[in-house]
Design a protein around this ligand. Structure first.
Ligand code: PMP
Length: 354
C-alpha cells in the first residue's frame, strides 16, 4: 500500500474473483457460474443492427432496453435501474441505503462481495450465521432494523428461501431496505419481484450474466418502487451516467428478443443440475439442494482443497473457498452434459487415487 492510500480503507479486503484463464481451450470452466451457452447467433446478429455509433456516448437512460425489460418483468420502466452487472446496483444499495443508523446485515456464508461493498462504503455490518444445515433462519432477520442483503438462491450454497419467508422479513423491517439478490432466481423460479408494489422497502437485483448468457457484457438491474429507483438514479448520475456501454445495450436488447432460447437453456441447465447432483451423490458426495446453476458439494474422504487442485490438474476449474465452515466444499457450475461427464470422469479418477 502506498503512503497516499487513504487510511479510511485500512480495513478494505478486496473481493477475489474466480480465475478467468486467457487460454480457454485448456480448461472446462465450471468456476464462475457463467452460462455454458453463448448468446444465439440470431441475438448477436440482432445486436449488430441495434448498435448505436460508437463515436457517440451511450444512452444514459437505457430507454429502449428498460422498456423491453419492463415488459418482460411486468413492471414499469421507472421501476428499473440498469447497471454494470448486478454488482454495481448492489454496491449502490450499500452506498444509498446503509449508514451508522442503518447498518447492513447478511449471512456468514453468502456472496463474498457483500462485506467488500460494506467496507468500501464505510458501512458497519453484522454477519448472521446460517443454520448448521446451511439454510437461513428467517427468524434471525425478523424485525432486526438493519439493511438486509439476502441472495436467493444463496451463493455458494444454492439453497432457496421461499417468497413467503422473504415477505415476512421484508414486512417486519419497514424502516430499512431489504435487498433480495436474485442473480440465480431464473433457475429456481422463486422471485420477489411481484412484491415491489406492496413493499416500498424492497429492492430486487437481477443480472444478464447467468440465465441470459451475457456475463462478459456486464449488465444487471434493480427492480423496486419508483422512489427507491430514483434514489439509486441520483447516485448513478453522481458517478457515471454512462455506466452501460452501447455494445452492451444492443446485446441486452437482442437477448431479450430471444427469450425462447433463454428459457430453453434454463431447462437444459436445470436438467443437467439434477443429473450432476444424482451422479455426485452416487459417488459419495454430499450435495446441497440447489436452485441455482451450480452445485455445492463435499466428499467425506477428499478434502475440498485437494479435490479443487486435482480437478485443476485435469483441466477442470471449479471454485473452492477457504472459509472455515465451507472449506471441505467446492462450488461447481452446471455446464453442458458433456462438461458434466468430463467432471464426473475426473472425479472417478481422483476417487481411485484416494
Ligand atoms: N450476486 C451473486 C449472488 C453472485 O454470485 C453474483 C456473481 N458473481 C452477482 C450477484 C453479480 O453478478 P454480475 O455482476 O455479473 O451481475
Amino acid at each position: 500500500m502506498s503512503r497516499y492510500f487513504s487510511s479510511k480503507f485500512d480495513r478494505l479486503t478486496p473481493y477475489t474473483p474466480g480465475e478467468q484463464p486467457s487460454d480457454l481451450s485448456r480448461f472446462v470452466k465450471l468456476n464462475t457460474n457463467e452460462s455454458p451457452f453463448p448468446p444465439s447467433e440470431a441475438a448477436m446478429e440482432c445486436a449488430r443492427g441495434l448498435l448505436r455509433p460508437l463515436n457517440l456516448y451511450s444512452d444514459t437512460t437505457c430507454g429502449d432496453l428498460r422498456r423491453e425489460l419492463a415488459a418482460i418483468e411486468h413492471v414499469d420502466p421507472d421501476e428499473l435501474i440498469m447497471t454494470n452487472g448486478s454488482d454495481e446496483v448492489l454496491d449502490y444499495a450499500f452506498a444509498c441505503f446503509c449508514d451508522r443508523d442503518h447498518p447492513a446485515a447478511f449471512a456468514d456464508i453468502t456472496y463474498g462481495f457483500y462485506p467488500v461493498f460494506a467496507q468500501r462504503n464505510l458501512v458497519p455490518y453484522t454477519v448472521i450465521p446460517l443454520k448448521d444445515d446451511m439454510t437461513i433462519d428467517p427468524e434471525d432477520y425478523t424485525g432486526i432494523g438493519k439493511t438486509i442483503f439476502i441472495a436467493n438462491p444463496n451463493a455458494p450454497t444454492g439453497i432457496t428461501l421461499s417468497a413467503d419467508a422473504l415477505e415476512k422479513i421484508i414486512a417486519s423491517n419497514p424502516d430499512n431496505v431489504v435487498v433480495v439478490d436474485e442473480a440465480y432466481a431464473d433457475f429456481s423460479g422463486v422471485t420477489c419481484v411481484p412484491l415491489i408494489r406492496k413493499y416500498p422497502n424492497l429492492l430486487v437485483t437481477r443480472t444478464f450474466s447467468k440465465s441470459r448468457s451475457l456475463a462478459g457484457g456486464r449488465l444487471g438491474y434493480g427492480i423496486a418502487c419508483k422512489e427507491l429507483i430514483r434514489d439509486l438514479e441520483t447516485f448513478r448520475y453522481s458517478l457515471n451516467p454512462y455506466n452501460i456501454n452501447s455494445m452492451t445495450i444492443a446485446a441486452g436488447i437482442a437477448v431479450l428478443r430471444d427469450e425462447e432460447t433463454v428459457r430453453a437453456n434454463i431447462a437444459v441447465i436445470n436438467a443437467n443440475r439434477a443429473y450432476t447432483t444424482e451422479e455426485l451423490t452416487k459417488r459419495g458426495f454430499r450435495v446441497l439442494p440447489s436452485g441455482a446453476n451450480f452445485v455445492f458439494a463435499m466428499h467425506p474422504d477428499i478434502p475440498g482443497g485437494v479435490l479443487y487442485e486435482k480437478l485443476k490438474d485435469r483441466g477442470i476449474l471449479v471454485r473452492h473457498f477457504t472459509a472455515e465452515r465451507i472449506r471441505e466444499y467446492n462450488r461447481i457450475t452446471v455446464g453442458t452434459k458433456e462438461q458434466m461427464d468430463l467432471l464426473l470422469a475426473a472425479v472417478d479418477e481422483i476417487r481411485k487415487e484416494n
